[in-house]
Design a protein around this ligand. Structure first.
Ligand SMILES: CCCCCCCC/C=C\CCCCCCCC(=O)N[C@@H](CO)[C@H](O)/C=C/CCCCCCCCCCCCC
Ligand SMILES: [Ca+2]
Ligand SMILES: [Zn+2]
Length: 263
């Protein structure tokens, strides 16, 4: 019986051919495209540094978990091992759980939850139960995780209804475009592999890594923007673009306008 650590012991195998470019890396492009997650975390911390100074714990915690996602996803595609697959999926689950625990707006808490502390407990218990259940059918986990994006889209839509800042609406639209491209790549790698192999282009899962990191690059400032509005009344959030508004390719981030001076 193969070990759960051994090469190709995972339940899933992505479309890219195995060991075609290296004797030790199973899926070469799927492995190296994880560099996106290693760039994403420091970019978020650097660009949103004013917010990070106010909310250091959640920012460092989620950034560290995004790095873990990168490490485990790299390990998974390098080995295609059962342990790699579970670590990849569980690191995503825990990163999302921590992000929800810190940033889920209080106005959407279920009625029986009275404080963020209680919400932490609810998220913690739900995540531990989901972690245990994830061993039942690991191949199903990725579909369940992808469904969380629909909840994020729903929350974004609810928030945009209350917001009339045009820059925020534009940023949300761009985030959705990146996500649609990302999920299309993920699904097509899963379901249309025969077609991509026939045309010798089985690289859609590596596109997914880059595209989902791009959508997170837009999603995170949105989360920060709404958090400042809800939880930090002394500040006014402002969306800015790096390196500048007039550049063709830009990265959004949030600055905090000076707190109201007390006389
Ligand atoms: C201030 C910041 C707050 C926001 C924090 C958001 C935290 C997000 C945490 C984790 C997301 C990482 C997703 C990347 C997964 C990469 C690894 C991967 O490719 N794994 C595959 C196997 O290699 C696996 O099959 C994929 C599983 C599906 C993952 C689905 C993740 C949904 C993430 C939702 C992001 C939404 C962005 C825009 C929403 C409209
Ligand atoms: Ca493969
Ligand atoms: Zn992957």
């Amino acid at each position: 019986m193969p070990s759960i650590f051994s090469y190709q012991s995972a339940e899933v195998d992505w479309c890219e051919g195995n060991f075609e470019r290296s004797a030790v890396i199973a899926e070469y492009y799927n492995t190296i495209s994880n560099v996106s997650f290693f760039l994403l975390a420091p970019a978020l911390l650097y660009l949103n540094r004013q917010y990070r100074q106010q909310r250091a714990l959640p920012m460092y915690f989620v950034s560290a978990l995004l790095i873990c996602v990168g490490i485990f996803s790299t390990y998974f595609h390098m080995t295609l091992s059962y342990v790699g697959q579970l670590l990849d999926e569980l690191s995503i689950l825990w990163a999302l759980a921590v992000a929800y625990s810190f940033w889920y707006p209080k106005v959407y808490f279920p009625r029986f939850i009275k404080s963020r502390k209680q919400f932490f407990w609810l998220s913690g218990v739900t995540t531990v139960v989901s972690t245990l259940m994830s061993f039942i059918k690991p191949a199903f986990n990725a579909y369940a995780l992808n469904c969380i994006a629909f909840h994020l889209l729903y929350l974004t839509w609810r928030e945009l209804k209350k917001c009339n800042d045009k820059r925020v609406h534009r940023m949300a639209k761009v985030m959705v475009v990146w996500w649609v491209l990302a999920i299309s790549s993920w699904l097509s790698d899963r379901w249309l592999c025969g077609l991509w192999q026939a045309i010798n282009f089985p690289y859609f899962h590596s596109f997914w890594h880059v595209l989902i990191a791009m959508s997170l690059l837009y999603c995170c400032p949105l989360v920060i923007y709404f958090d400042v509005n809800y939880e930090m009344p002394a500040f006014k959030p402002k969306l800015e673009y790096w390196p500048g508004d007039s550049w063709p390719i830009v990265v959004p981030y949030v600055t905090l306008e000076e707190p109201h001076k007390q006389c």
